[in-house]
Design a binder for this molecule. Structure first.
Ligand code: PMT
Length: 399
C-alpha cells in the first residue's frame, strides 16, 4: 500500500537519528518515494549522505540554499507529500509545531501541508513527561496530528522509561494506518480470528495445530490499512502485535467462541482464519498426568463450531483447510455454515497453508463459482479476500 506514495520524512536532532535511516530504507523497500528534510540539529548526528544514499534523492537541509539540487520552493514538499512523518521528533520541534512556528524547512512544510502528519517522538523520559511536552502533545493530538507513543526502555542517557524511538515496524504500521484511514473499508468494523486454538489435556499439555497466525494477522493488518476498525481474536502465536488493532488473546475454542460472539455485535464482517480445534479433551486433568507403563487414552469431545453457530447481521467469511477434494469440501462448508464467502486453502500445496509466508487459495462465494488465485504472499491474499468483502458490502474496492 506504500507503493508510489510520497513520504516526506522529517529528521530532527536526537541520538535516534541513525534509526531513521532504517525507517527510510524500509519505506523505500515498500515502494514509497521518500524525501528527507533534516533540521540543523539532525546534521550534528549524521550527514545527509546517509539519507541520500538510501532514498536516491537529495536531502533538504536549508530553506534558502539555491543550488540546482535544492532549488525547491519552500512549500513544495508540503504539496507533494501524501504524508509527512517526523521521526525522531524532539521536544523542541514538537513545541515549535504546536505553536505554529515555521522557521526552517521542516516546520514550514508541516505548517503548510494539508496531508496527515505522523510524529514519532524520541527523547529523555524527563523531557517526555515534562508538563510542557505533555501539553504540546495534547495540543498536537487535538489538531489532528498522529502521535506514535515512544517505546519504554533503556535510553541513550542510561536511564530507563518512556522516550525510546519506537521500532521501525511500529512506525510503518502507523503510517499505513493513517494513509488508509479514508480507504474502502473506512467506517466498517471487522472481526478477524487467527492462530491455532490450544485445548488443554492437563496443566502442562495441550492439543493444538500448526497454524502460525500469519494468515489471520495479514488479514487484520490489511483491513486496518484499508480504514476498517479491526478486532483480532487470536490464539497464542509468535507474531508481534500489529499496531492500531484491538487484540484479544484466547487459548481454547470455547474462549474464542465467547469473544467472537461479543465482538460481532455492531460489526460488518467476521473472517475466521483461525484453525480452531475440532476436539477438546472431555475431562481436563487438574494435575499433571504421570507417565505410567501401558497406553494412555484420552476421551475427546467436539468443540463448538464457532462459524456455524455465531448469528447476527454481518458477513461470514470462513476458511477451509483441505488436503483433498478442495472445491467440493469448501462448497459443502459454505452451505453448512451459511457463509457469504469461503477461502479454500489446499494445505498440501508447496508454499501454501500452515506456517508459510505465502498461500494458494480459491475463493468461493454463495454461487459456488471458484476464483483461483496463484501463490501470493499472505498479505496479497488478504487484500484479494478484502476486495471480495468490499463487493459483498457494495463498496468499490480501491486496490
Ligand atoms: O496461521 P497460518 O500458519 O498462516 O495458516 C493459515 C491457515 C492454514 C490456518 C488458514 O489459511 C486456514 O485455512 N484456516 C482455517 C483452518 C481450519 O480450521 O479450517 P476448517 O476447514 O477446519 O474449518 C472451517 C472454518 O470453520 C474455518 O474458518 C474455521 O475457523 C471455522 N471453525 C472450525 C472449527 C470450529 N470448531 N469452529 C470454527 O469456527
Amino acid at each position: 500500500m506504500l507503493t508510489g506514495k510520497t513520504i516526506v520524512l522529517g529528521v530532527t536532532g536526537g541520538i535516534a537519528v541513525y534509526k531513521a535511516a532504517d525507517l527510510a530504507s524500509k519505506l523505500i523497500q515498500a515502494g514509497a518515494k521518500v524525501r528527507v528534510i533534516m533540521t540543523k540539529n539532525a546534521l550534528e548526528f549524521v550527514t545527509p549522505l546517509t539519507f541520500e544514499a538510501i532514498t536516491s534523492n537529495s536531502v533538504i537541509t536549508d530553506m534558502f540554499k539555491t543550488d540546482a539540487e535544492h532549488r525547491i520552493n519552500h512549500i513544495a514538499l508540503s504539496e507533494i507529500a501524501d504524508i509527512v512523518v517526523i521521526a525522531p521528533a524532539t521536544a523542541n520541534v514538537m513545541a515549535k509545531i504546536a505553536m505554529g512556528m515555521a522557521d526552517d524547512m521542516l516546520t514550514t512544510t508541516v505548517l503548510a501541508t494539508d496531508s496527515p502528519v505522523v510524529i514519532a517522538p524520541a527523547m529523555h523520559t524527563a523531557m517526555w513527561e515534562n508538563p510542557v511536552t505533555r501539553d504540546n502533545t495534547a495540543k498536537l493530538v487535538k489538531r489532528g496530528f498522529h502521535i506514535v507513543e515512544p517505546a519504554i526502555g533503556r535510553l541513550a542517557s542510561g536511564g530507563y522509561g518512556p522516550g525510546r524511538f519506537p521500532d521501525t515496524e511500529v512506525i510503518v504500521g502507523h503510517i499505513k494506518m493513517v494513509l488508509g484511514q479514508n480507504s474502502d473499508l473506512a467506517g466498517k468494523r471487522i472481526v478477524v480470528t487467527a492462530g491455532g486454538t490450544q485445548e488443554p489435556i492437563d496443566p502442562v499439555r495441550i492439543i493444538s495445530n500448526r497454524s502460525s497466525g500469519k494468515m489471520g494477522y495479514a488479514l487484520a493488518e490489511a483491513a486496518r490499512d484499508r480504514g476498517a476498525e479491526v478486532i483480532l481474536i487470536t490464539a497464542p502465536t509468535a507474531l508481534s502485535k500489529p499496531v492500531g488493532i484491538r487484540i484479544i488473546t484466547v487459548e481454547t475454542a470455547v474462549q474464542m467462541k465467547t469473544e467472537v460472539e461479543n465482538a460481532v455485535a455492531n460489526s460488518q464482517a467476521l473472517i475466521m482464519a483461525a484453525a480452531v480445534a475440532d476436539y477438546q479433551v472431555a475431562e481436563v486433568a487438574s494435575a499433571k498426568i504421570k507417565k505410567e507403563s501401558g497406553e494412555l487414552s484420552l476421551k475427546l469431545m467436539h468443540t463448538p463450531d464457532i462459524l456455524a453457530e455465531v448469528k447476527g447481521n454481518f458477513l461470514k467469511i470462513g476458511f477451509a483447510a483441505e488436503s483433498q477434494d478442495l472445491i467440493s469440501n469448501a462448497r459443502i462448508k459454505v452451505e453448512k455454515k451459511r457463509l457469504d464467502l469461503i477461502v479454500a486453502n489446499d494445505i498440501t500445496e508447496e508454499h501454501s497453508g500452515f506456517g508459510s509466508d505465502t498461500n494458494k487459495v480459491v475463493l468461493i462465494g454463495q454461487d459456488g463459482m471458484p476464483e483461483s488465485l496463484p501463490v501470493m504472499s499472505k498479505r496479497e491474499v488478504a487484500d484479494r479476500i478484502l476486495d471480495r468483502v468490499c463487493r459483498l458490502m457494495n463498496v468499490q474496492p480501491k486496490t
